[in-house]
Design a protein around this ligand. Structure first.
Ligand code: ADP
Length: 482
């Protein structure tokens, strides 16, 4: 019922492997549940190690012809894929909401965001140029080629079931690399629907494959293969570390988009309306389940009460519940584990002296009240770990240098946000923050033209932007002697 689609064939319960749609050899499946109702939506194959091997072989076979196509031809296919995603935005959004929980409008927004990567990188394909260098020696011509790195693998998380795939598959396919996608066990349906549309758009079989199954079985095959030359992973730092280790035996090129612990700093000279809008957008999007969500909100002492009051007024307008229902602003959390983490962070903070200004408990199922905590400090768990839920902890500060020190006092370095109307401070603080990204007077920074990525233990490499395609290219140097 909830999965009623205009194109029912977009709901796939088989994997895109080799030259068609495949079940597991032994018929094993994984249940996909709706986090709002708790009901099983569909069953997808639980593929094993042999299937992963088959996918690698198919990708290697498909590589030569795909890479040999003119960039313009690959771009055309990618453009069609992006167009098909937008044509079926309603269905894809519905599938996404059903398996992930985010409100339908936000899910459809993610589909548009996801399609933008395919469109952008299709265009970038045409700009993968080489260069001719000035030789220091007479009689030599020095050239560089930029060539596809080879078979690539994407391992993706559940919080953006569409965009985290296209942000990887877009540049991979554009560069001429086949890609094997292993979506999160919790949200494989969006991935499979994207796969169906890719085939419809003209992506040859083997160039994009979507395989579902237990990561413990499939993961080591993908990471251990010498044929696979590139792994792009988005997920937790802990898993990223493990994958990096697993890839060391074959020295694979890695892109890692890992955890964050984003600070959001509201200086005394901030525009309070912009700051509150920024906190709402950055903290509560996807019910707090993004790696760029503000995790620590530092507010200057002189405006702490004013910001708090306005933030509470905004949070009071939220409606938490069924992502498919009209007017829902925030859906359920992904599972019980996610609820437990938010509860743990709240309990720890309260025990150490923080105050719950609003929220603090579960609504029903895994729906959790948007929560604002005041008088949070550095000792608390929510200051050190990523909550990944709808919890805004408000810290009080008085000094710029000290708040920058606190903001940087973490092993993570993905996104950060500052709110200030002072242009000198804006530059000074942006330069001092040890983060891959700084949002200035905004809580929303992601788009296809921007280089998304982190420093420190938040990861390696950049996705999106013209830099994103570099992750799938190798430079070859040619030296010609007369
Ligand atoms: P979360 O986003 O829930 O914290 P993880 O970072 O553990 O999850 O997982 C993100 C993705 O990584 C998922 O697709 C998951 O299946 C996959 N994954 C987890 N552990 C491994 C592993 N050891 N090998 C390969 N993939 C893994």
């Amino acid at each position: 019922q909830r999965l009623q689609l205009k194109r029912p064939d977009l709901l796939r319960q088989a994997c895109l492997l080799g030259d068609g749609w495949r079940e597991a050899l032994d018929g094993a499946t994984i249940d996909v549940t709706d986090p709002y109702t708790g009901e099983v939506l569909a069953r997808v194959p639980q593929l094993g190690a042999a299937d992963a091997e088959a996918a690698i072989e198919a990708a290697a076979r498909a590589m030569t012809a795909w890479a040999a196509q003119p960039a313009k031809a690959r771009a055309k296919v990618l453009r069609r894929w992006a167009d098909l995603m937008m044509e079926h935005q309603d269905d894809l959004g519905r599938i996404l909401t059903c398996e992930q929980g985010k409100p339908l409008a936000e899910a459809k927004g993610e589909i548009a965001y996801a399609a933008s990567f395919i469109e952008w990188f299709g265009e970038e394909a045409k700009r993968v140029d080489g260069e001719i260098l000035q030789s220091p020696v007479s009689g030599q011509r020095l050239l560089t080629l930029r060539q596809p790195i080879g078979v690539s693998v994407a391992i993706t998380p559940w919080n953006f079931p569409a965009a985290m795939i296209t942000r990887k598959a877009g540049p991979a396919l554009a560069a001429g690399c086949p890609m094997i996608v292993k979506p999160a066990e919790l949200t494989p349906l969006t991935a499979l629907a994207l796969g169906a549309l890719a085939i419809e758009a003209g992506v040859p079989h083997g160039v994009l494959q979507v395989i579902t199954g237990r990561s413990s079985e499939i993961g080591p095959v993908l990471t251990g293969s010498d044929t696979v030359r590139k792994l792009s992973f988005t997920g937790s730092t802990e898993t990223g570390r493990k994958l990096m280790e697993q890839c060391s035996s074959t020295i694979k090129k890695l892109s890692l988009e890992l955890g964050g612990n984003a600070p959001l700093i509201v200086f005394e000279d901030a525009d309070i309306d912009k700051a509150v809008a920024g906190i709402v957008a950055s903290k509560f999007r996807n019910a707090g389940q993004t790696c760029v969500c503000a995790n620590r909100v530092y507010v200057h002492d002189s405006i702490y009460d004013a910001v708090t009051e306005r933030l509470l007024a905004e949070v009071a307008k939220f409606r938490v519940g069924d992502g498919l229902a009209e007017g829902t602003t925030h859906g359920p959390l992904i599972n019980e584990g996610a609820v437990a983490k938010v509860e743990q962070h709240i309990a720890d903070a309260v025990e150490r002296g923080a105050k719950v200004l609003t929220g603090g408990k579960r609504v029903s199922g895994t729906c959790f009240e948007p929560t604002v905590l005041a008088e949070v400090d550095e000792r608390m768990l929510c200051a050190r770990e990523e909550t990944f839920g709808p919890l805004a902890p408000l810290f009080r500060f008085t000094d710029e240098a000290d708040v920058v020190r606190q903001a940087n006092d973490t092993v993570f370095g993905l996104a950060s946000y500052i709110f200030t109307e002072d242009r000198n401070r804006l530059w000074r603080v942006s330069e001092a923050l040890e983060y891959g990204m700084v949002g200035i007077n905004t809580g929303l920074i992601s788009n296809e033209v921007a280089p998304f990525g982190g420093v420190k233990q938040s990861g390696l490499g950049r996705e999106g932007s013209r830099h994103g395609i570099e992750e799938y290219l190798e430079i070859k140097y040619l030296c010609l002697q007369d």
